[in-house]
Design a protein around this ligand. Structure first.
Ligand code: HEM
Length: 229
């Protein structure tokens, strides 16, 4: 499939960008107009969390899409969707810091006291240490950080393609940790984390199959016929 370069650049990319901003726009609108539930901060945390995981999955789906359809242009969307995963992940972290940590601080000296930022950092660090699902979520977010920082063309050049590719395999870990984090935090119905787990398993499983096929194809035919020792 060959889509002209200027159509990708001027039509598809802006459309995907706007669509990716959609959940953020909806959340801002819903928060400002009272369309969230009685616990709006929790809604914001959950929605941004689930969109982070969705964007991680969408990013992981691009290579299989390219292989299955033969549409090489698909790769040109990977950087954008990956950066949106980081964007929603960071919003998720910030809403957690405000909804979960800031709201629980003791403000006996007033909210604007010097001790407030220090107490906030201490409370976040303590929570990351104490609650395993927060530890896993934070680790997942940390794996996205180097990917976002090295997403520019300059960083790809500086690192070199091979090292850059190796580093960007961290996204596999992000996906697995994201599912584990989700699984760990749900109390009863595990159907949604299970569904995301299945999607991630298929997306990562396909890569294992392709890597094995590539290594078989690289092995000389004579070596393949030789009996195994
Ligand atoms: C800075 C790191 C993170 C922290 C502190 C954090 C914290 C939280 C908290 C407090 C909740 C709500 C729990 C509840 O309602 O009981 C949550 C939900 C969630 N988080 Fe995270 N998280 C982090 C990173 C991530 C990342 C990187 C992903 C995805 C890759 C993710 C995916 C989710 C999902 C899917 C939910 C559940 C949404 C739902 O129930 O609809 N989180 N997280």
């Amino acid at each position: 499939m060959k889509i002209p370069d200027r159509v990708i650049r001027w039509v598809f990319k802006p459309a995907v960008f706007l669509a990716s901003l959609g959940p953020f726009g909806w959340l801002v609108w819903a928060a400002l107009t009272g369309h969230l539930s009685v616990n709006p901060l929790s809604d914001l945390t959950n929605e941004t969390g689930v969109w982070t995981l969705r964007f991680v999955c969408i990013t992981l789906a691009i290579t299989p899409l390219r292989k299955l359809t033969g549409w090489n242009g698909a790769i040109r969307f990977r950087r954008m969707t990956g950066l949106f995963a980081f964007f929603y992940g960071t919003l998720h972290f910030l809403t957690y810091v405000i909804a979960d940590r800031f709201a629980g601080l003791d403000f006996t000296n007033g909210m604007l006291a010097w001790s407030t930022p220090r107490n906030l950092v201490a409370s976040v660090v303590e929570d990351i240490y104490k609650r395993p699902f927060i530890t896993v979520g934070f680790t997942a977010w940390m794996t996205l950080l180097p990917l976002a920082l090295t997403s520019t063309a300059g960083m790809i050049r500086r690192l070199g393609g091979r090292r850059w590719n190796l580093l960007h395999r961290l996204v596999y870990l992000t996906a697995m940790l994201g599912v584990l984090h989700y699984w760990w935090l749900v109390k009863a119905d595990i159907s949604r984390p299970l569904a995301y787990g299945a999607v991630v398993a298929v997306l990562l499983g396909a890569r294992i199959v392709w890597a094995r096929q590539r290594s078989v194809a690289r092995t000389p035919a004579a070596a393949r016929r030789a009996p195994a020792l």
